[in-house]
Ligand binder design. Structure first.
Ligand code: PLP
Length: 360
C-alpha cells in the first residue's frame, strides 16, 4: 500500500465519544441553559459548575522549587520517595506486607496500556467489563490485541457466572488471561464489588491459574472517592491469598485522587508471589517507560510525596477531599431517589462519580 503510515497505523482515527458528548453538551447549554445537565466527563465540578482543583494540592505545588519542576525524575521507574508514598497511601494501614514492585506511569492510562502491551502478544485477547471506560478498546487496538467483555450484572449484583465463563473460554483458547476489573466506583456505573464478590473472583482466579497465568488488572482510578474511605483499602489484603500463577497489576492514578488530571502521574503496582516473574515484569515495565514516555512528571511525583508524607498537608488534603466525597454522596442520593420515583432504570449504583441509565 502506498502510504506514509505502516499497516498497523493505517486508518487509525481517534473518535472519543465522551469528549464529543462534552462538546455537544456545552453547545446545548448555550441554547437551553440550566436544564442541560453535563455528566459527560469523569472530572469533579463544584456546585457552581466550576472545575475543582484542590487548594490543599495546588497550594503545595506552588511551594515546590522551580528547579524541581524543571528537572527530570530521578529514576525511570519513578522517584523512590514517590514509590514509597504510593505504597504507604495504598497499603500503609494494612497489618500485612504486600509483596510488590511499583513503577511510575503517566496516569492510570499509562499503567493500563503498559500492562496490556507487556502481558499479551499480538492477536491475544484482553477481557474487560461489558460497561467500561472507552480507552480500554483503543489501547487493545493499539497493541494489536482483541478485546472481549464479561457481563457486569445479573440483577443488582456482579455476574460472577459470566465472568467465570468468559475467562475460562479465553484460557482454553489462549492459555493465559488478562482481565480488567475497574473497582471500586466503576466507570460508568458507580458499582463497587462486595467483599463476597471479590472472594469469588480470588478463588476462581486461583483455580483457573492451574491452567495458565492469570493477570488481574485492577483499575482503581476512583479509589479515593469510595464512601468507606481508607478502610476500603483493607481489601487489598485479598491479593495475598493469590497463588503463584496469578499476578495483579493495580493501576493507580493521581488524576482524580489529587484533582491532578493534567499532571499525568500514576503507577503500576505489581503484586505476585512469584519473585522471578515480579522482577521480570518490573524490568519490562521500565523498558516500556523508557521507550514510550521516558520519565514521569517530576514535580507531580514530588507533590504527591509532599502531601502524603507530611501529616499537616495530608490532613488538610483528606479534609478537603472528604467534602467532595460527601458532596458526591449527596448528589447521587438525590439522583438515585428521583430515578426510582420517576421509574428511570439505572445500573446498580453504589458510589463515586458515575451513574448510568439503562437504555436496553
Ligand atoms: N480508568 C478509568 C476508569 C478512568 O475513568 C480514567 C480516567 O478517566 C482512567 C483510568 C485514567 O485516567 P488518567 O490516565 O488520567 O489517570
Amino acid at each position: 500500500m502506498n502510504t506514509f503510515l505502516n499497516s498497523n497505523s493505517h486508518g487509525k482515527k481517534m473518535v472519543d465519544k465522551v469528549f464529543k458528548a462534552a462538546v455537544a453538551c456545552n453547545e446545548a447549554k448555550k441554547i437551553y441553559g440550566d436544564v442541560v445537565v453535563d455528566a459527560t466527563l469523569g472530572t469533579l465540578f463544584d456546585e457552581d459548575g466550576v472545575f475543582v482543583a484542590f487548594d490543599s494540592v495546588w497550594g503545595i505545588y506552588d511551594t515546590i522549587d522551580k528547579i524541581q519542576k524543571a528537572k527530570y525524575a530521578s529514576s525511570i521507574q519513578g522517584n523512590p520517595e514517590f514509590r514509597l508514598s504510593v505504597y504507604n497511601w495504598l497499603f500503609g494501614d494494612l497489618d500485612e506486607n504486600i509483596n510488590c514492585e511499583i513503577i511510575a506511569t503517566p496516569g492510570g492510562a499509562g499503567a493500563i496500556s503498559s500492562t496490556m502491551k507487556n502481558v499479551l502478544s499480538v492477536g491475544e485477547t484482553v477481557i474487560k467489563p461489558s460497561q467500561g471506560w472507552g480507552p480500554y478498546n483503543t489501547m487493545a487496538a493499539e497493541f494489536g490485541l482483541n478485546i472481549t467483555s464479561y457481563n457486569m450484572f445479573k440483577g443488582n449484583s456482579f455476574d460472577i457466572e459470566d465472568f467465570k465463563t468468559v475467562l475460562t473460554d479465553i484460557m482454553n483458547k489462549e492459555g493465559k488471561v488478562l482481565v480488567i476489573i475497574n473497582d471500586p466506583c466503576h466507570n460508568p456505573t458507580g458499582y463497587t464489588l462486595s467483599e463476597d464478590e471479590w472472594d469469588d473472583i480470588i478463588e476462581f482466579s486461583n483455580l483457573l491459574s492451574k491452567q495458565g497465568p492469570v493477570i488481574i488488572l485492577n483499575d482503581i482510578a476512583y479509589v479515593d472517592y469510595n464512601i468507606k474511605g481508607n478502610s476500603w483499602k483493607q481489601g487489598f489484603k485479598r491479593f495475598n491469598k493469590l497463588t503463584e500463577n496469578v499476578m495483579v497489576v493495580i493501576a493507580f492514578s493521581t488524576s482524580k485522587t489529587m484533582t491532578a488530571y493534567g499532571a499525568r502521574t500514576g503507577a503500576q503496582i505489581v503484586i505476585t508471589k512469584d519473585q522471578k516473574q515480579l522482577e521480570m515484569f518490573k524490568d519490562a515495565g521500565i523498558y516500556s517507560a523508557r521507550s514510550i514516555w521516558s520519565t514521569v512528571n517530576n514535580s507531580a511525583m514530588r507533590l504527591f510525596s509532599e502531601i502524603m508524607d507530611n501529616e499537616e498537608n495530608k490532613n488538610a488534603f483528606l479534609k478537603e477531599k472528604q467534602y467532595y466525597v460527601d458532596l458526591l454522596k449527596e448528589r447521587s442520593d438525590i439522583f438515585v431517589n428521583e430515578a426510582i420515583e420517576c421509574g428511570l432504570p439505572i445500573y446498580p449504583y453504589k458510589e463515586g462519580f458515575f451513574v448510568t441509565v439503562r437504555i436496553f
